[in-house]
Write a protein that binds this ligand. Structure first.
Ligand code: GLV
Length: 323
């Protein structure tokens, strides 16, 4: 008998057609993310789950599914999944690293440039009818910061951090980085975290969210950042203390920020970041290019098909389950 797999979203590309050849497939038919209650009821009696980063796969859900054999997430980050609970049950968890590296590095760079050169603020200025002959080009009109000649601090020198470093070299930046373990990239000086914060004119965050990185850029560490620096986060919201960041932006200690990820998503209407003109906000679109989303969907499907065939997933977060 074929195994059953539940997929929480329609996927781009033709991955679902391939997956349907290997299992009894059900895809959540409604627009928008599935609710936790519906996910729970859809999963009863199902062996495999292909989920998104918007789906919480917590220990309660896992406990209630004795027949669960694998989870494959269409994301590189897996902080929405209780991986320890899955590992305890010897259930493999798949994810999609590698395929989104260049696209996410592009997003980080887009936010760096937009925040440095006040692009979103300028766009609002024009649309709100504020560009008038009395308020127009002048020596200090919308001046921002140069990337050229500035120091970029990369927090997390993994594949995405390295892709950002390559872009920074082309922009004539000096690059320093912090990584918790040994890492290297051409032209990048590895430094302790505090030194990266103190030296960098621009800081970009590229670590995964885990117990040891939650609140890594805490209020105390934000206080160490070089005055006037720009901070960009395309990794995960829980890594940066958003309230402390908003305070530093409000009182001018940081000149600007570009933020794609938030401690709560969608962002809460009460977030202090929403009222700050010097923050560029994007709604978690780091990997959002047409081609990359197809590659991510295909890899999530390949992980699921391997699990259905009793094989090792090509990209497994907890490969120790195969020991
Ligand atoms: C995006 O944030 C991902 O984890 O894939």
């Amino acid at each position: 008998m074929k195994k059953s797999v539940f997929v929480t979203r329609q996927l781009p590309g033709d991955g679902l057609r391939k997956l349907a050849d290997s299992c009894d497939l059900r895809v959540w038919p409604n627009p928008g993310p599935i609710t936790p209650q519906s996910l729970h009821s859809e999963m009863v009696g199902v062996q495999g789950l292909l989920c998104m980063l918007t789906d919480r796969v917590d220990c309660n859900l896992i406990k209630s599914l004795p027949g669960l054999e694998f989870v494959s997430s269409m994301s590189v980050g897996v902080d929405h999944i209780d991986v320890d609970a899955m590992t305890d049950r010897k259930i493999p968890v798949g994810h999609t690293p590698g395929v989104l590296v260049e696209t996410t590095a592009d997003t980080a760079f887009a936010l760096l440039l937009a925040a440095a050169r006040r692009i979103a603020e300028s766009d609002r200025f024009i649309r709100h009818g504020q560009w008038s002959s009395a308020n127009t080009w002048s020596p200090e009109f919308f001046v921002g910061k140069d990337l050229w000649g500035a120091t970029l601090g990369i927090i997390g020198l993994g594949e995405i951090g390295k892709a950002v470093a390559r872009r920074a070299a082309g922009f004539g930046m000096q690059v320093v980085a912090y990584n918790r373990s040994e890492a290297s990239a051409p032209g990048v000086d590895l430094l302790p975290l505090e030194d990266v914060l103190a030296k960098s004119d621009f800081i970009t965050v590229h670590v995964a969210l885990a117990d040891d990185t939650r609140n890594l850029i805490s209020a105390q560490r934000i206080a160490l950042i070089k005055p006037g620096a720009v901070l960009v986060n395309t990794a995960r919201g829980g890594i940066v203390d958003e309230v402390a960041l908003a305070e530093a932006l409000m009182d001018g200690r940081l000149s600007a920020a570009g933020i794609d990820v938030f401690s709560e998503e969608p962002i809460t209407r009460s977030s202090p970041l929403l009222n700050l003109p010097n923050v560029v906000l994007t709604p978690h679109i780091g990997s959002a290019s047409v081609q990359t989303r197809i590659r991510m969907a295909d890899l999530a499907v390949a992980n699921a098909i391997a699990a259905l065939a009793g094989q090792t997933m090509p990209c497994c977060v907890n490969p120790q389950v195969y020991d």
